[in-house]
Write a new protein. Structure first.
Length: 62
């Protein structure tokens, strides 16, 4: 039980004193960057899927 208490105290100190947290503005910027990249990748996959579908239609509808 003593080891657990020591561990939890060290975790608290690590989070409170040694961790640097992003500012709200930085967090917003990074979130929009991830959202934008996710949308771009989703659109790329959609275009590739449509292309693949067209190729398969050409092959099987001969």
């Amino acid at each position: 039980m003593e080891k657990l208490t020591v561990y939890l105290k060290e975790v608290y100190v690590e989070l409170k004193e040694r961790t640097t947290w992003p500012t709200f503005k930085q967090l917003q910027k990074d979130s929009f960057l991830v959202l934008g990249a996710s949308i771009v990748f989703a659109l790329m996959i959609k275009v590739m899927n449509l292309g693949f579908h067209k190729v398969m239609d050409l092959i099987y509808n001969l």
